[in-house]
Design a protein around this ligand. Sequence first.
Ligand SMILES: Cc1cc2nc3c(=O)[nH]c(=O)nc-3n(C[C@H](O)[C@H](O)[C@H](O)COP(=O)(O)OP(=O)(O)OC[C@H]3O[C@@H](n4cnc5c(N)ncnc54)[C@H](O)[C@@H]3O)c2cc1C
Length: 372
Amino acid sequence: MKETENKICVIGGGLAGLISAILLARKGKDVLLIEKKIYPFHRVCGEYISNEVLDFLKRERLYPDSVDMPQISRFEFSDTHGRAVQIPLDLGGFGVSRYVLDAWLFQQANDAGVDVKCGIQVSDVQFEKSAEKFQLTLSDQTTLEADYVIGAFGKRSRLDKVLARPFMEKRSPYIGVKYHIRADFARDTVALYNFDGGYCGLNAIEDQKVNLCYLGSRDQLRECGSIGEMERQVLWKNPILKRIFAESDFLFEKPEVINEINFEPKSPVENHLLMAGDAAGLITPLCGNGMAMAIHSGKMAAEAILAGKERDEVESIYSRTWNAEFRQRLWVGRKIQRLFGATGASVFTRSLIQHIPFFAKQIIKKTHGNPF
Ligand SMILES: Cc1cc2nc3c(=O)[nH]c(=O)nc-3n(C[C@H](O)[C@H](O)[C@H](O)COP(=O)(O)OP(=O)(O)OC[C@H]3O[C@@H](n4cnc5c(N)ncnc54)[C@H](O)[C@@H]3O)c2cc1C
């Protein structure tokens, strides 16, 4: 069965997909967004958003003013022994759960006239050279055509396999785990507490809740047998984390967990799809910058489609702007990932932040963009 034609199809309704779809629909484009899940839903994410997106969100009426979002202006870092240091953040950010933010943006997408299909996934996408069109197949076997496709399907999707993307060949040693908790934790602070094999972020979000999200090791999980046991045996060796786990109220019945978190380089254009957000490259979570990059790249993909007259031009505008904005940030993120999750490196980094805060601020600057 064939469905009606859609000019632009956005695959994935995270931040990159929602932002690009809204901007295109507001410019009168015919946009279909396909999201495999149903809003609202939780995602593994630290939920700290860098203020580099603030001007843009406010200018585009995409900042959810009605939600009480803590403003974050301090950074706390601890080594694996639990020795902590704090510095002010120059740019700072705010905290909001993806459960709230994505559902709110989904509403804005509906209001902008985006045709959003939820609860169904794209199982195949091919570019037909002769017809100059994409052919998409959905999980219910329906097919549809599109002139442009934005691939905003996140860090890892079955489509990456379909598209034979090279990063899929490498296994990743990381897992991600997230909780919402009620805790005695400063609302103006984002923290990164190291433990052997990973690091745990904390920051306040809406409704007096706190996000606790960590990047851990798949091998340690296998050795310990369960998430709870790994937390007790590994994370709790950092006394700060032990106290937080012991004294806080955990609000989920069970944590959100993902595996195969891969920081390998990817390309912003593949098989003529414009890749946005994590689908184009995932920055290490310790940078606290992935959501800002997803929002920014969603904007850039929409702008490239609006600006380019021919497909070649659209693709070259997008590749050029994406590379100029993100390539170096992703490279720096991969390098500094090594300073985390190991005792020696975390002690060194803590001492560096303590004694040469200028250096720490430079690293933060190099992994963040300017307000846009
Ligand atoms: C442990 C961890 C902590 C993090 N903490 C932070 C943080 O504090 N601050 C920060 O800025 N960033 C953080 N990040 C990064 C941030 O979460 C991502 O960069 C951001 O979510 C990327 O948004 P996106 O729109 O590209 O992808 P996503 O938000 O992952 O959205 C992709 C969407 O595509 C859908 N999808 C996938 N395949 C298909 C398909 N075939 N058909 C239809 N739909 C599909 C998925 O269901 C999903 O909804 C963290 C990441 C991790 C792993």
